[in-house]
Ligand binder design. Structure first.
Ligand code: DC
Length: 200
């Protein structure tokens, strides 16, 4: 079974997808981390940024054998990830890897195009949203950055993610939208658990 959770930055996808995966005993796939790995490889000047093997193990992310879990979360990598994610050859490569992974069991996969491109036949598609202000607040609280600056950067990334020619961020026609503004993580996870029960 596959549960697709898509939505913009800061909507709560990672926290919620991880919690839903734990609750159901499914594997969690963070597709954004894969775009971040390609971005990091580019920033480092790696000869072939798509060649490094990306592995998820025990909540850590490895690129070509190196633990890059923390390094892929810097603002510099975030900005570059949004750029590399607009390139068709990068998307083709990573979508193929993601399809390969989710074939191998029950997954909660999180990203921007899981329900539309990676797995249009997912049993459940959730599109998480939240107000831009709340999304920026959450990200700022995680990183200790200035909320106003986070909001400005986030709006720029959202604009690029939503308007790119290839797989722009948009809900699948059959996605169920869940607005997490003002909701606790537990409340969102409960809501999704109910949706899972309904399709099981
Ligand atoms: O979810 P995130 O912030 O880690 O994603 C990093 C970047 O990758 C973000 O700009 C959107 C892009 N992305 C994408 O285009 N498609 C995905 N399935 C996941 C992320």
């Amino acid at each position: 079974m596959l549960i697709a959770i898509d939505g913009p930055a800061g909507a709560g996808k990672s926290t919620v997808a991880r919690a839903v995966a734990d609750a159901l005993g499914f594997t969690y796939l963070d597709s954004g981390a894969m775009y971040r790995c390609v971005a990091l490889a580019e920033l480092r000047g790696t000869a072939d940024p798509l060649a490094g093997e990306i592995e998820f193990r025990g909540g850590r992310v490895k690129l070509a054998g190196e633990d890059v879990t923390d390094e892929i979360r810097t603002p510099e990598v975030s900005a570059r990830a949004s750029e590399v994610a607009a390139r068709p050859e990068v998307r083709r490569h990573l979508v193929a890897l993601q399809r390969e992974m989710i074939r191998q069991g029950d997954y909660v996969a999180e990203g921007r195009d899981i329900g539309t491109v990676v797995a249009p036949d997912a049993e459940l598609k959730v599109f998480l949203t939240a107000s831009p202000q709340e999304r920026a607040q959450r990200r700022a609280a995680q990183t200790g950055a200035d909320p106003a600056q986070v909001l400005a950067e986030q709006l720029e990334r959202d604009e690029r993610d939503c308007t790119r020619a290839h797989s722009p961020l948009q809900p699948a026609d059959d996605a169920l939208q869940v607005d997490t503004t003002g909701l606790s993580v537990d409340a969102v996870v409960d809501r999704i658990a109910q949706l899972v029960q309904a399709v099981r």
